[in-house]
Design a protein around this ligand. Structure first.
Ligand code: UT7
Length: 330
């Protein structure tokens, strides 16, 4: 007798694209205006430079560029997409959403588009949300975008926060395809999301339409966030391993949220993931919040590391706190 598994819908990655604004701000540039040093920033964070959106570039501009690149990579157009989810905490406007602007930018007049706000965890939350739509059978193809202009939320006189963040966007196209229900399937194999609102004051923006009626600036108790980050990240990654019966050894690539090199290294070590499997882009991009994971996926795909069939773990944590991980067979 042969064992057979029931067919199961999977959300398979069929396209990936990114966009970084051309202007680069180096640590040396920051030294000119701020009481900081390249040495401090590199030693404490691993960041060497970040990209900054131009005056004429908004989150929707960056996101649309990434979306078009992902669609081109998939050989598809807006006509083939019926779900657009944009993870962002830096929308162009309080409303309408960035997602509907990107939908219009792609010439789409069908399907559904909405924003999702989970700060730095936004992309992992958006992939997980899209996966629920696709595997329910209600939608066929999703464009999942992480796009941010955090440079617009920063107090450029606050050295404890402004050196950490950058702008950018990344997008993937997920398509519902039938798998056989095993972890050999391509697509999202498992996803685990968590949040805990008690930590609001550790990482927040001190403004908004219903409080100050302004945009506000990013505030962070960096040391406190750092203290929680490794435990939170390892919790959801281990949940992903447990749900699929996989281990760190089975992973091809670990693609973490790029906030701080020290957090990434400590998480990988605690999880037993070999350093050569860890994708690092924080040196080049800084922390681009919801864009950091898809940007890192792009870098590792473009340089030939991530290939079809690879087992890829993505994870992130951020304001809220929110945190999550997803295991994807590429
Ligand atoms: O995306 C998710 C959320 N974000 C994160 O994951 C960030 C988590 N936190 C961190 O990455 C780190 O806590 C930071 C990089 C933000 C800070 O590193 P740290 O090792 O925790 O430093 P610290 O905050 O304890 O500050 C150490 C010293 C302080 O001086 P004193 O009080 O010891 O005299 C700071 O004032 O470093 C000083 N400092 C700086 N010095 C030079 C803070 N920022 C800077 C700076 N340049 N840019």
């Amino acid at each position: 007798m042969t064992l057979s598994h029931p067919a199961k819908l999977r959300s398979v990655v069929v396209g990936l694209g990114c966009y970084l604004p051309p202007r680069i701000l180096s640590n040396a540039d920051l030294e000119k205006t701020l009481d900081t040093t390249d040495e401090w920033i590199v030693q404490r964070t691993g960041i060497r430079q970040r990209h900054i959106a131009g005056e004429d570039e908004r989150t929707s501009t960056l996101g649309l560029r990434a979306a078009k690149a992902a669609l081109a990579d998939a050989g598809l157009s807006g006509a083939d997409i019926d779900l657009v989810i944009v993870a962002t905490s830096t929308p162009d406007y309080t409303f309408p959403s960035v997602a509907t602007q990107i939908q219009a930018g792609l010439g789409m007049t069908h399907g559904v588009a909405f924003d999702l706000q989970a700060v730095c965890s936004g992309f992992v939350f958006a992939v997980t949300t899209a996966d629920k739509f696709l595997t329910s059978g209600s939608h066929k193809r999703a464009l999942v975008i992480g796009a941010e202009t955090f440079s617009r939320l920063l107090d450029w006189n606050d050295r404890t926060t402004c050196v950490l963040f950058g702008d950018g966007a990344g997008a993937i196209v997920l398509e519902a395809q039938e798998g056989d229900g095993t972890i050999a399937d391509r697509g999202v194999l498992t996803a685990h999301l968590r949040s805990d609102g008690r930590y609001r004051d550790k990482l927040y923006v001190d403004g908004g339409p219903s409080s100050t009626r302004t945009t506000g600036h990013l505030k962070m108790e960096g040391r406190e966030v750092f203290r929680h980050a490794v435990a939170m990240v390892t919790d959801v990654v281990q949940a992903g391993f447990a749900a699929t019966g996989t281990t760190a050894e089975d992973l091809s690539w670990f693609v973490p949220h790029q906030a701080n090199r020290r957090i990434i290294d400590a998480s990988a070590e605690k999880l037993g993931i070999a350093p050569q499997k860890v994708v690092i882009t924080v040196d080049l991009h800084g922390n681009t919040s919801a864009a950091s994971v898809p940007l890192a996926l792009c870098v590792a795909r473009d340089d030939g590391r991530i290939k079809p069939g690879d087992l890829v773990m993505i994870e992130a944590m951020g304001g809220g706190f929110t945190w999550g991980a997803a295991l994807i067979r590429w």
